[in-house]
Write a protein that binds this ligand. Structure first.
Ligand code: TXA
Ligand code: MG
Length: 543
């Protein structure tokens, strides 16, 4: 059924809609339609006024030429002067996600080619696109159907969201989700050797079978300074970018998460577009959305623009995007995402690693901390910081627990605070919510300083996991000792009663929870853990 969504736009997936769309295009209108790559915004390519309306509707710069879509190989030479290799590529990859740039014939209006003497031609494989072109009786000029600058549409709703409430386009054919999810490969055959201008599903290796000396344009992977003369104007324009500020993050899952979590602490309303399986590595306050397995570029290509749009609807201040820098289809994804991030890309592997160290009371963390300090790690002590933060959080603590937590000099009295805060689970949670924020902020401040100075950092503390500081670490070391040993140690060290010691134990996180998170379990039950230290040194040398 064809629906009418506003007075001005038709929307549907049936034959009636396709017929109406073809008629609209033949009469000089604009219709969004599905292709195997992304949705296109089509007009009669031989009609200059209709083609000019595409630029108006999208807000597209006039210097950015359009692709002419055909549905019959024989049409290639009606609009362009094909070279022998053009026929070879057409035979191998058409119909499909490949666009070829060739010298243009007179019949193509200047507005379509943005005044260039060349024209981009593509024969899409999507059956709806083919049928629309045939029924319209003309070649269809179509850029991606998004508003200029925003992510390309891979679903009909994306187009609807961009144009809802406007009268800039006449209708949309809904063909479901696009199979590739990424615009076509663009190659120019007007130079010797030919140059790949935009990577896509047809990869450089696919093309090299026919063009062994294929050149990849610099702009594919790099930012080209404004004003540079390039072969394809589209390479320079701002592209695919969500409204939120974006940053691409390369590197291993753990290192990237540690970096992103530290960066997120100072900012509210953050999102992460991550790889499958990384979801739990991020701070609980973040909006996390995975766009596919790191090992499956086809899945990521299909999901990426949708994920960008979903996150951007959440009104976030900042979105971090996990990026895989690779070849083949990964080159195409990389090319789009670095533009979505406006070339703001970080490689956290260039920072020295951050190690977390934790364990239950009396397990002997301090000793291991000293060993690490000797190895050159800079020590960030969350327990020490937590004492310091009591004064920073004083006002919030008084609001939560009353003036009774203050000593006569109006500073927070730790014993009095402990008495109220540990009296119930609920109060302990309130205390943690207040203090952990300050702890994390200070940890991140010290960590940033270490990273600027290229120092390896060690974050240590009993409250590490509760404060989510483990998420700032590349690796987590958990120190273990049996309960009898720990009891003996803290009785000797802190001079408290056995009853008090056991109460302290009961308030701590379950050991199973700690050990689950551990990358290295340090057995500290003996007095001289020489072999464990040796094992730890080896472990750390491999990071
Ligand atoms: O998959 C696709 O190619 C989609 C679907 C709808 O077919 N279309 C698409 O069009 O992505 P668009 O306009 O978003 O991207 C076309 C790219 C632009 O970067 C443009 O600068 C370049 O192709 N281009 C078009 N004609 C050109 C020409 N004569 N010389 C150099 N570059 C050209
Ligand atoms: Mg586009």
């Amino acid at each position: 059924m064809m629906e009418r969504h506003s007075d001005t736009m038709f929307f549907g997936s049936d034959r009636e809609t396709i017929l109406k769309a073809a008629k609209t295009i033949a009469e000089g209108g604009l219709v969004a339609f599905p292709t195997e790559t992304v949705y296109g915004l089509g007009a009669n390519a031989l009609n200059p006024t209709a083609s000019a309306n595409i630029f108006k509707a999208k807000g597209r710069p006039a210097d950015n030429p359009l692709i002419v879509h055909i549905a019959d190989l024989a049409d290639l030479e009606k609009y362009a002067y094909p070279t022998p290799v053009a026929y070879q590529l057409a035979k191998a990859f058409w119909p499909g996600p490949l666009t070829m740039i060739l010298p243009k014939k007179e019949i193509i209006p200047d507005i379509v080619s943005a005044g260039l003497p060349t024209v981009a031609i593509r024969f899409p494989s999507n059956p709806i696109a083919q049928e629309l072109i045939r029924l319209s009786g003309c070649p269809i000029a179509a850029p991606s159907a998004n508003l200029s600058g925003s992510p390309s549409p891979t679903k009909a709703e994306h187009v609807r969201n961009d144009y809802e409430g406007t009268d800039r386009i006449d209708g949309i054919i809904d063909g479901g989700s696009c199979a590739c999810g990424l615009e076509s490969t663009v190659i120019t055959l007007t130079t010797t050797p030919p140059v790949l201008l935009r990577p896509g599903f047809i990869t450089p290796d696919d093309l090299r079978e026919f063009i062994p000396d294929l050149v990849i344009a610099d702009a594919v992977k790099n930012k080209i300074p404004e004003g540079t003369k390039v072969q394809s104007p589209g390479l320079l324009h701002r592209h695919y970018a969500p409204k939120a500020e974006t940053e691409g993050v390369k590197g291993s899952s753990r290192r990237a998460a540690a970096y992103i979590n530290a960066s997120m602490l100072g900012t509210d309303r953050c999102g992460v577009m991550c790889f499958d399986g990384e979801e739990d590595l991020y701070l609980s306050k973040a909006e996390v959305l995975s766009y596919g397995k790191e090992s499956d570029p086809a899945q990521r290509a299909a999901e990426m623009f949708d994920a960008l749009r979903i996150l951007d609807k959440k009104n976030l201040k900042k979105i971090f995007i996990r990026i895989h820098d690779g070849d083949g289809l990964d080159l195409a994804i990389f090319n789009r995402l670095i533009r979505a991030c406006e070339f703001n890309i970080t490689d956290p592997e260039k920072y020295p690693p951050v190690i977390g160290l934790t364990g239950l009371s009396g397990s002997g963390k301090t000793t291991i901390g000293l060993v690490l300090k000797e190895m050159g790690y800079d020590h960030i002590d969350t327990d020490g910081i937590s004492r310091l933060t009591l004064d920073l959080g004083k006002e919030e603590l008084v609001t939560a627990f009353g003036e009774t937590i203050l000593s006569s000099d109006q500073t927070v009295d730790r014993k009095k605070l402990a008495a109220v805060a540990f009296s119930s689970r609920e109060n302990t949670d309130i205390l943690n919510r207040i203090t952990h924020r300050y702890i994390m902020a200070e940890v991140v401040r010290q960590l940033k300083k270490d990273q600027d100075e290229k120092k390896r950092a060690l974050i240590d503390g009993a409250a590490l996991l509760e404060a989510e500081a483990d998420l700032l670490c590349d690796r987590l070391i958990v120190v273990y000792a049996p309960e009898e040993v720990r009891l003996k140690r803290i009785l000797e060290r802190d001079g408290i009663t056995e009853e008090e010691a056991k109460k302290r134990f009961s308030r701590q996180i379950a050991f199973e929870k700690l050990s689950q998170k551990a990358d290295f379990l340090f057995d500290n039950s003996s007095l001289f853990p020489e072999s464990e230290i040796k094992r730890l040194t080896e472990f750390l040398s491999q990071i």
